[in-house]
Design a protein around this ligand. Sequence first.
Ligand SMILES: [Zn+2]
Length: 430
Amino acid sequence: MNYIITNGYLLLEDGDGFRAVKEDLYVMDGKIAAIGRAPETEETFTRIDARDRLVMPGLINMHTHVYMTGMRNYADDVPFGEWLFDRVMPVEDTLTVEAAYWCNLLGMIEMIRTGTTAFVDMHMFHEQSCLAAEKAGLRGYIGRGLVGGSLYEAGNRRFPEALEEMEKHRSDTLDFILSPHAIYSCSVDLMKEVVRESDARGLLRQTHLSEGMTEVENCLKEHGKTPVALLDDIGFLSSRTILAHCVQMQDDDIARLARSGATVVTNPASNAKLRNGFAPVLEMQAAGVNICLGTDGAASNNTLNLFREMGLFTMIHKGISRDSTAAPAAFTLKTCTSNAARALGRAGELGVIAEGAAADLIFLDLNAVSLFPNNNIVSSLCYSANGSEVTDTMVNGRFLMRDRTLLTIDEAEVFAHVRAFQQKFLQISL
Ligand SMILES: [Zn+2]
């Protein structure tokens, strides 16, 4: 369906900042066809009144594990080892694909309701992320978490299954990313194979890197170099590489990242909650590294709400740098809009309101008390919004939520299934 969105304020990127303009926006065939003036076409447009609404690019969550949303608030305030080995992993080991599907949809409800239109996922369940994203209508970059000694070793079904998934599910809104889990769960040979396969197939690659000190210490012991140097030396780092965390930077790690053109996705809530500290994003940004924002999974955050993450991101970096001008609102907003598009190789197509860009849009209620009065709209989004202001979410020109009503997912059905998961896998009845 084609739309003309009228009476709203459009948030346009403008140099280092943003500006809001009151213009009509034309959406045709999933894309932004024109701004301000009608496109030259015989097509008809359905009118959408966006009075008192800010119309802005949907947010892009650059690192998450959506299937973990069923484990929200399940393992908190415990030591990291207990969190991972005694709580999270036993659930993951027994989780069925059916339960994973419903937990994925739960996370997608949260994303749609809090204004996220695209996400980069690392999952461990055959197809369930794809099927849920197709149902929800969200834009997904799906990556099967790869582990072990080789992509091709007998018994490692994950890589062939990941390739099958790509063949079957690639679409306008679903794309794929090769996702070796981390240097401590994958051999160097597997990492080299990922470089070769992703280059040959023109795919992005992502991994967790330098998240905790133990990882760095073990890597120094085993390889005599930092995790960043290890991956740099085998050609893993490139402009099509997305690195989650990069908290523990040492030696010339930042210079190597900057030289390679790789993107760093910082996950401040997860890094704080799992007591890993904070990535030196200001230093990385100053060196020219593309910085994006992610929530990580809901077992370590415990939400997929990027508005909360933006607030945390800017506050944390102001606080730890003792510089109130650090991580300003416009930069913070770009970490989950245009910087994210750049990392995905889709600058100008995603994360912006511009002619020819995908119509991935969200509307926010400008009369919501958290945004009112609108003295500075970019500050509002970064410092005072909490995600509840989102009234409408559109991906690829299709409304997934209209006036806060979900259009693609039956929320009650998802809740009922997740409740069954909670009782069966977490032994919690509430
Ligand atoms: Zn992660």
